[in-house]
Design a protein around this ligand. Structure first.
Ligand SMILES: [Zn+2]
Length: 66
């Protein structure tokens, strides 16, 4: 995926980095993601580190995930 839209559709919200890594079996580091604090992660209800987009390195890691 190139955007976090599929994540949003599947989980009805943006996931935090930890849940994203678990659900898509990819190791996302803090620098791979862009964040927004106003959202809550639908899996763990964390409001920190909610991923709304990827940086270039994140894009490459998520490229073959769906
Ligand atoms: Zn979470």
């Amino acid at each position: 995926m190139l955007t976090t839209k599929p994540v949003y559709k599947r989980f009805r919200g943006y996931l935090c980095r930890r849940c994203l890594s678990r659900e898509y079996r990819v190791h996302m580091t803090p620098k791979d993601c862009r964040y927004q604090r106003v959202n809550l992660c639908p899996c763990c209800c964390a409001s920190n580190h909610v991923v709304v987009g990827f940086t270039l390195r994140g894009h490459i890691k998520m490229l073959f995930k769906r």
